[in-house]
Ligand binder design. Sequence first.
Ligand code: DGL
Length: 279
Amino acid sequence: MTVSWNHTDKNAPIGVFDSGVGGLTVAREIMRQIPNEKIIYFGDTARVPYGSKSRETVTRFSKQIVRFLSTFEVKTIVVACNTASAYALDELEAESDIPMIGVVKPGAKAASEVTRNGRIGVIATEATIGSKIYNQYITELNKDVTIYGKACPLFVPLVEEGLWVDPVTDEIAKRYLAELIDLDIDTLILGCTHYPLISSTMGRIMGENVTLVNPAYETARELKEMLGEKGLLNDSAPALGENQYQFYVSDTADKFKNFANSIIKYGILSAKTIPIEEY
Ligand code: DGL
């Protein structure tokens, strides 16, 4: 089934989705960089994590979410999950004419531009590292680089437990990052939605000679550029009382709302649970 309509309404919302709360780091950057835009956010809290699932499963879930977001006639969709961007973006784009942007390409592009010694580290979920998608995009842009991937599965639960600045997180990070330090990387891509929330820990451990690349920031920047090129940037602020940001989840809306309120300072008024399997 192809999802289609005419995507020329500047006032239409932007659809943003992730496997759960992590994509809020991307939504937050969009809110900061293009504050006039309306956002419909979906977090797949019933089926998180995606990072340990197969390509087929993540693609099936992502297709359901695109169908759900399509009901809002969004003008574009941001695949705010690294794992879904790695596994599903190509198939999603093939099935729909809604302009889409994932988080991997913008992060890869930034890293290929900032590295000086051509040694780039990527930390992400097992799925994203296994897909070698960052390697593929970076070497397309710059052949003279070597990319070192490291799956860091414990960071997601640590972030979700709120242990952003904590000796336990420090210890785990030291173990994960030791080999990247030994490999003398000068650029580190935070290739998972949750990692920007512990970027101060990463920065301290990697040292000041390593540049951290935050795909969430880079994605919001590219989104702004893409909407600008298409003449689709919303040039007026939402009307007073209009629900600018709407949040939907597949389970545990209250838990989502509490986490969201800790990272987004715009006041998440509500998050609604929807039956995503029906889409
Ligand atoms: N959002 C996922 C990502 O960026 C991390 C959490 C998960 O495994 O679902 O890859």
